[in-house]
Design a protein around this ligand. Sequence first.
Ligand code: TXA
Ligand code: MG
Length: 349
Amino acid sequence: LRYLYDIAAPQRLGKPVAPLQITLRHRRDIMQTAQLPATPHGVAAASRVLAKGGLLAFPTETVYGLGADARNDHAVARIFAAKGRPSFNPLIVHVASISAAQALVVWTAVATKLAAQFWPGPMTLVLPLKPDNGLSALVTANLPSLAIRIPANPLARDLLDQFGGPVAAPSANPSGRISPTTARHVIRGLDGQIDAVIDGGDCAVGLESTIIGLEKTPTLLRPGGLASGPIEACLGQPLTHHHISDTLNAPGQMRSHYAPTARLRLNATSARSGEVLLGFGDVPADLNLSASRDLVEAAANLFRHLHTLDTRASEVIAVSPIPKTGLGLAINDRLQRAAAPRPESEAAL
Ligand code: TXA
Ligand code: MG
């Protein structure tokens, strides 16, 4: 099977980019996905997968990432093929230290301030790319900026230390599906498509990182696992809000991203007949994000509960209203995307 993919973002730079061809694996050469334990041996094996240009799913504190050596064009191209993304949207690069980040992007005083307080952790910074950064152009989809973060998960940190290079990693799910927060979710979506997954248990945060653009005035590009309140407190100024979907026309920003197979009905006070209810607060629910209305707990449970309810026979998952404050903003963002009508191109994947 051969598909032609075109790069979505570069027209913003005003120069045409040659389409890149990716060969999707034929059914008969589907690979064996190794399941590695969270031991020194497992980490060493995982690091070798990356060094050989392989695809490795690994836990971060937010969600499991589908990692590849960010300097290796072929390895990065394989990420898009494994996820079945119809076009390239830029990826987040994971590094072990601030100095490793500074080697790749043009650093600023504001970046120092935010990194000092929130790294390692669920915050991604978008900064101008340095020339001669050594990264595959596919990582940034030819944008002049790079999204970068230091993850806090101890296994991820060990892996980055051992590998010693930048790791590009989107969430480790097939395009348009719910992000994985356990190794089992990864296997359910990508078994046979990736070389290995290293099992670090549940992700503590359970929501993707908050993305802050620092190219101009500090801007919230994607709400995520770190609420904007503490970020604004650290900056001493409010964030400009400019959702990524306003600028980038790529599948990661499609409204229906994060979709389970079942349809979602939001702001439901109770389940109708035939529906399962994903609750919040004191409601009789099939699964509850947080009976005590704790938004941190709800964020950590969100993708796991969606995965679980999606395996039930029901065609509709009804979801209780979630407050639009703090982490509730990111939770509502993910739920709205999951509930949005699916474009034809994604339905076909
Ligand atoms: O928590 C996370 O962020 C997880 C873990 C694995 O680190 N990763 C993740 O990656 O969510 P992904 O590929 O699913 O989402 C990356 C987002 C996309 O919406 C992409 O468009 C945006 O980051 N992004 C990447 N580079 C960018 C850039 N230069 N400017 C603006 N947005 C960018
Ligand atoms: Mg994702």
